[in-house]
Design a protein around this ligand. Structure first.
Ligand SMILES: Cc1cc2nc3c(=O)[nH]c(=O)nc-3n(C[C@H](O)[C@H](O)[C@H](O)COP(=O)(O)OP(=O)(O)OC[C@H]3O[C@@H](n4cnc5c(N)ncnc54)[C@H](O)[C@@H]3O)c2cc1C
Length: 375
């Protein structure tokens, strides 16, 4: 039987940060994962993740993002690894649409630096981009992308260096509360923990079923297209982009290597009943919609698909996260339902989970993410 102060179930995007913060804080921590992170079975793979501060989803995320930016910077400093690439993020859409109106709202409320572009200026400033009819643009310069697997590896290495025990290929079959201790059942042992942290990604629908918040798992697709247009390369300062069209919201990254330009559709997605049903199978309709988008709005990009990956969003009813302490188990802390936009926050969320497990509270404002909003 293994015992520890804190057990972290799931050491992917968020859990890798949580074990690192806990180990750094001196906790006797065990991190468990059903695979061997970083891996491509969950929600944290596919090379890159967008990070931006003027958050169209809601201004309440901005304080959390300030924290996340600081912590990513700290991780780069302490590990000597380059993880964040501030290419800028260009957002384009109708003035009153979800993306532009939401971005302006966050920027105004939190005095964030952004640059606005009228429809006619977009193609002149960003050759190779054809905006949808009557749309405007916003560029946020201190924004860009994170290297997703490298971030996870950096946190896991840090966790090991500070004494965390990391058990890979060890799925937790069940957890129970027995007086002041959590008992975690693996295939061949029971682990006793004083505090339990659950960051199970798409498996949260099972691990946190008793939260009674419905979460939908969506299969999502990432595509890399061959590119020989200098306009779309990081070397020529092409930014990360997110474009709201009448047909959906699409986003992509400048070309950073031989795999070409990575693109995806943010809205839509195919619901699947459980994370076990995830597969890497392509979706012809999704791919066709991405290729229609590129023909219309990135016309210099080739249609030669170089690589495809499938990934999962775990979506709450309002598409906002679930973060906090379990209403019925005061030693159980969780992050779940990141709804397809959570990786950029992983550094801050890891620290919040550490605060909750070590002290029962956090100074970071997370009340708006409490599952109590659904009760
Ligand atoms: C295609 C795609 C694009 C995205 N783009 C962006 C973006 O640009 N910017 C952004 O901020 N976010 C983005 N996201 C969202 C972001 O990537 C996710 O919100 C985030 O990575 C999820 O992290 P997680 O720790 O919750 O899940 P994961 O990283 O999947 O980690 C969960 C871990 O739990 C483990 N686990 C599950 N069950 C058990 C068990 N029973 N026992 C032990 N271990 C278990 C799993 O093996 C896994 O390693 C995107 C997501 C996808 C799918």
């Amino acid at each position: 039987m293994l015992t520890c102060d804190v057990a972290v179930v799931g050491t992917g995007g968020v859990g890798s940060a949580a074990v690192a913060y806990l180990a750094r804080a001196g906790a006797n921590v065990i991190g468990l994962d059903r695979y061997s992170p970083p891996h491509n079975h969950g929600s944290s793979h596919g090379q890159t993740r967008v990070i931006r501060m003027a958050y169209f989803e809601h201004p309440d995320y901005v304080p959390l993002l300030r924290h996340a930016y600081r912590e990513w910077h700290d991780l780069e400093q302490t590990t000597g690894r380059k993880l964040y690439f501030p290419t800028g993020v260009l957002q384009i859409g109708p003035e009153a649409g979800e993306v532009i109106a939401g971005t302006l709202r966050s920027a105004q409320q939190h005095q964030l630096a952004i640059q606005r572009y009228a429809f006619d200026d977009i193609t002149r400033e960003f050759p190779g981009v054809v905006p949808p009819e009557a749309c405007v643009g916003i560029l946020e310069r201190d924004a860009g992308y994170l290297l997703v697997a490298e971030c996870i590896s950096a946190y896991l290495d840090q966790a090991r260096q500070h004494g965390a025990i990391l058990k890979n290929d060890t799925p937790i079959k069940s957890w129970t509360r027995n007086e002041d201790t959590f008992e975690l059942q693996t295939a061949d042992e029971v682990i006793h923990a004083k505090q339990l942290v659950i960051c199970g990604g798409a498996w949260a629908t099972q691990l946190l079923a008793d939260l009674n918040v419905p979460m939908t798992i969506l299969r999502k697709h990432l595509y890399w297209y061959a590119n020989d247009a200098a306009a779309y390369t990081q070397a020529s300062s092409f930014p990360v982009f997110l474009i709201e069209t009448l047909g959906g919201i699409y986003y992509g990254f400048p070309q950073i290597d031989r795999q070409g330009v990575k693109l995806a559709r943010h809205d839509g997605g195919e619901p699947i009943a459980s994370a076990q049903q995830q597969s890497q199978q392509e979706d012809a309709a999704d791919r066709a919609s991405v290729e229609t988008f590129t023909r219309n709005h990135l016309p210099l990009l080739s249609q030669d698909l170089v690589h495809h990956e499938a990934c999962m969003y775990t979506v709450t009813p309002d598409q906002h996260f679930l973060v906090g302490t379990h209403p019925e188990h005061d030693g159980l802390h969780f992050v779940a339902g990141l709804s397809g936009h959570g990786f950029k926050f992983a550094s801050a969320l890891g620290q919040i989970l550490c605060d909750l497990a070590m002290t029962g509270q956090t100074s970071v404002p997370i009340d708006f993410l409490s599952p109590r909003r659904f009760f």
